[in-house]
Design a protein around this ligand. Sequence first.
Ligand code: UD1
Length: 336
Amino acid sequence: MKTILVTGGLGFIGSHTVVELQNIGFNVIIIDDLSNSKIRVLDSITEITGKKPTFHKIDLRNKETVKSFFDTNSIDGIIHFAAFKAVGESVQNPLDYYENNIGSLVYLLQEMRDRKIDNFIFSSSCTVYGQADELPITEKAPIKPAESPYGNTKQIGEEIIKDTCKANGLNAIALRYFNPIGAHDSVKIGELPLGVPQNLIPYVTQTAAGIREQLSVFGDDYDTPDGTAIRDYIHVVDLAKAHISALQRLLNKENKNNFECFNVGTGTGTSVLEIIQAFENATTQKLNYKIVERREGDITSAYADTTIANKELNWKTEKTLEEALKSAWEWQENQK
Ligand code: UD1
């Protein structure tokens, strides 16, 4: 049985990935510093899978602690989620973002190099493409200057991994996520935003639940059919499964280069107004919303060309937008 280290394994995408890993028999060790997650997620994963993953509360910025973890654990692959992810906060505190997101990555890669551990999966983001010139976005689209320190940590992260693969023979895959939403079918794990949600779907569900008074739709003067911005919303369980496919590609040595990047989205673009409509249809809730000014830094449209990911990872999305929105709502209702 292979042992996989999942950093940030109690977070939104991390916890769903741990469930999928355990469901197909991997032995999972989670490292999480609980800075943006709750320890009770460990029990939820245990309830869903019938198996408690090993857990270590470790801050990956602590190089000595990271070293001693690897002294006592034998690892066959790493899926690295642990990172700060709030765009606005990264603009306020760039150094915190560089220290955490880049520092942790470098320490992990140093341990992998020194101990000859292979197989690394990195959480990247479609934010590396900025406003792409052509839609849908392929992996060959140019990387645009980052809009925020957060986005920059994803770009720099990919560069660091690429250099390490070249110099030290590491095999790695960066998954460029589009917009992950939804919750596990069991409704035992889901997204737990801290404070006021910045992302659309948690704001939608909290508005429907009466926690927020009104959803603000940021701009209706974009160059899109209904004037609102378009994104590619992917069910988090489909996204989690893409990690399993990527990991198996590395473990089975099926990768074509020692550093590869794949888009992980559905391939379908959906506008903010279409999301509101789809949410109302999927849940029979009525959403209170108003159109306001654009949000600074937002792009008009981003959705994935998934041809390469579908073929190379032998993976495709299975869930619909309606299922994703329904599960997000059930998760919200379960928080009472
Ligand atoms: C954001 C980040 C992106 C990050 C991703 C992680 C920015 C500029 N980008 O993506 O780097 O990888 O989250 O999940 O923050 N919207 C509203 N009202 C709201 C919230 C959002 O209309 O209250 C709109 C936004 O303008 C956007 C769409 O909904 O058009 C999706 O927004 P969001 O969920 O924040 O994701 P992104 O901005 O695509």
